[in-house]
Design a protein. Structure first.
Length: 148
């Protein structure tokens, strides 16, 4: 399971012009699920996202997590995080889980985060318009298999 975490001042998701998810300050998280992922990966990534200390404290040091900073999470499914472009120019998506598994684990990550944070989501498998104001910019790549 992979996540691309953006620290944002605000973020929103629209589907067919309808606002389906929005946060103010917090984390915009794109989440991709691989075929071999399980609840272990859900636990690892939800905990890592929840506890990333990437918000400034009173001294300007990145010492606070999203909850301590008073923020929320906008979680957006993104199978393209599992794209493989090592051969040629067209991405191969064989590394992405089938929709049934991907949706189930995506929902589990959202639920796990919602235990302690305000969470908004996109709409699984929809074409989404995602807007955000990146703060920093701070962008963190996470991989539950610790490949990077």
């Amino acid at each position: 399971m992979r996540a691309l975490v953006h620290r944002v001042k605000e973020a929103s998701v629209r589907v067919d012009g309808e606002l389906v998810g929005q946060i103010e300050r917090g984390l915009l998280v794109y989440l991709g699920v691989a075929p071999e992922d399980s609840e272990t990966d859900v636990s690892y990534l939800a905990e890592k996202i929840r506890n990333l200390r990437i918000f400034a404290d009173q001294e300007g040091k990145m010492n606070l997590d999203v909850s301590q900073a008073g923020g929320g999470v906008l979680l957006v499914s993104s199978f393209s995080l599992l794209a493989d472009v090592r051969k040629g120019r067209r991405p191969a998506f064989d590394g992405a889980a089938l929709p049934e598994l991907a949706n189930r684990l995506y929902e589990q990550v959202a639920a796990r985060l919602a235990e302690s944070l305000p969470v908004a989501t996109g709409r699984f498998a929809a074409m989404m318009d995602v807007a955000s104001v990146n703060d920093g910019p701070i962008n963190i790549l996470l991989d539950s298999k610790k490949l990077f």
